[in-house]
Write a protein that binds this ligand. Structure first.
Ligand code: NAD
Length: 482
């Protein structure tokens, strides 16, 4: 089965921060891949904007170098064709100079998306000048990146800055986790099958584990991370979004506001987290590198590089079913997975010796995106009725053919959704604020108690207290496997 590429209409994409790390490592490579797939062509233009006075040719050389470094090698003709669609304007967001050059390059009567690949302190000057230069019309779209605020108050400020110039329907807040193939597949599995939804509640689900484990540290992001920590950097956005997709009620239709309304209800139904249901950790030195404190150059840093917590969605569906979330840097393996842990069968007809067996639905986001259902079967052979758990693997490549082995990356999908005007996989302003409203008291509690994160070895599964968090409830984490 060959995946269909549905071309999008010609558009103008303005990338503020075009020379930055995000633009070079994610946005432009994503555009290149979609270009190679034939999704956009003709008169589409990418206009990169940054402060450095590169000419268009100089900038194109930078892009060619970045693509090459990332292994996006293609024949020279394709690369030259792609680069010919890219223009460059240098301007400072705080100055009025250069905006005419930008306005001249943006065309009428087509989608014009402005990607704010810059720090949030530039949102206000950019929004103001985009409007002042007559660049806002019904086809204008604004794309903003995380971090969307540092707390509820700053998120409200950013929302107000954007709302003053643009309609909510024009604002695309990216959480790239939502662009992953498996995340959408999670919705397809839940709402496209009769099999799962009747069991998707506290009567049949014992608990849910959401793990986002990374082997990388915070190199290159020290200053940002020291003021953010894992709670703000990962839990408030990525893990929260995954929790929402697992916990939400079926929306009436697959429509942006219907989906986002249901996600918002989940966030609002979250109980506040008790201090003894949360574990903070900070990595120490080990074979993978120096300690967190050495990396940030602050021997007294109390910023967490790891969080594990038990959350509760207080509604009819999930009463009594805990959601365990954990994320950390410098862990044993890079692995993002959601495990839906079903309850044991109420009675075993096979007796005590058959052991306990429960179904687990594992939704792997990275690496090796895919979905696995662990089911119990009879161990083959003549040795009597011995039970064994085996995975029913719903790997897309096996089922759908090798051409689906390399599905579009999250940024590819999300940028094309911006152009198509589909906000389903983007966070709405009220969702972001609700997520901060849940996160802020947790962080305030740490601050008021002078909480110090527990050290954990680099390359481990995190602090021992995270195991205890589960053990106290008679449960245990699934392994963190690459
Ligand atoms: P960066 O420092 O590498 O790049 C910043 C860009 O902004 C540069 O192109 C710079 O020229 C431009 N810029 C800075 N000040 C400017 C001004 N006054 N006027 C015009 N242009 C200006 O940053 P980055 O890593 O690319 O990140 C950009 C944003 O995206 C940040 O808010 C970051 O938190 C967020 N983000 C980055 C990543 C990532 O992987 N790098 C991931 C998620 C979110």
């Amino acid at each position: 089965m060959v995946s269909r590429v549905i071309p999008v209409d010609p558009f103008d994409l303005v990338i503020f921060g075009g020379t930055g790390d995000l633009a070079q490592r994610k946005i432009l490579p994503a555009l290149f891949r979609r270009f190679c797939a034939g999704q956009w062509s003709d008169t589409t233009r990418i206009i990169a904007v940054a402060r450095s006075p590169h000419g268009a040719d100089g900038f194109r050389q930078i892009v060619a170098g970045s693509l090459q470094d990332l292994g996006h090698s293609r024949d020279t003709a394709t690369l030259t064709e792609f680069l010919s669609r890219i223009d460059y304007v240098h301007l400072d967001a705080h100055s009025n100079d250069g905006w005419h050059a930008l306005s001249d390059r943006v065309q009428e009567d087509r989608v014009r998306a402005f990607y704010f690949s810059v720090g949030p302190e530039l949102f206000a000057p950019l929004a103001e000048r985009i409007q002042a230069n007559g660049l806002v019309n019904a086809k204008t779209r604004i794309v903003v990146e995380k971090p969307f605020g540092h707390d509820l108050s700053s998120a409200k400020d950013l929302n107000a800055i954007l709302a003053a110039r643009f309609d909510e329907s024009q604002i695309y807040r990216i959480d790239h986790y939502l662009g992953k193939e498996t995340v959408q597949n999670l919705m397809a599995v839940r709402f496209g099958n009769m099999l799962f939804e009747p069991l998707w509640n506290s009567q049949y689900v014992d608990h849910i584990q959401i793990t986002v484990a990374e082997t990388v540290g915070i190199d290159g992001r020290e200053e940002y991370y020291e003021h953010a920590g894992a709670m703000r950097d990962m839990v408030q956005n990525h893990l929260m979004q995954l929790l929402c997709l697992i916990a939400m009620e079926p929306p009436a239709k697959f429509d942006p506001d219907a989906v986002r309304d249901e996600k918002l209800k989940v966030i609002r139904a979250l109980d506040s987290v008790e201090p003894h249901h949360i574990v903070r950790g900070q990595f120490s030195a080990g074979p993978l590198g120096p300690s967190y404190r050495e990396v940030v150059g602050n021997p007294r840093s109390t910023t967490e590089s790891y969080v594990a917590l038990r959350a509760h969605v207080s509604n009819w569906r999930w009463a009594g079913t805990p959601f365990y979330l954990r994320t950390g840097k410098r862990l044993v393996a890079r692995s993002s997975v959601i495990n839906v842990m079903f309850k044991d069968a109420p009675h075993s007809i096979f007796g005590e010796e058959a052991g306990r067996h429960a179904n687990v639905l594992s939704i792997r986001l990275q690496p090796n995106e895919g979905i696995t259902l662990r089911v119990t079967i009879k161990e083959p052979g003549p040795g009597g009725m011995r039970l064994v758990d085996v995975p029913l693997d719903m790997s897309f490549a096996d089922a759908l053919g090798p051409e689906n082995q390399d599905p579009p990356g999250a940024y590819e999908r999300l940028i094309m959704d911006v152009i198509r005007g589909n906000q389903t996989l983007f966070m709405r302003g009220d969702e972001v604020e609700a997520a901060w409203a849940w996160t802020d008291p947790i962080i305030a509690g740490w601050q008021s108690r002078g909480d110090v994160p527990k050290p954990y070895d680099s390359g481990s599964t995190g602090p021992g207290d995270a195991e205890l968090l589960m053990k106290r409830d008679g449960r245990r984490w699934q392994g963190i496997k690459p």
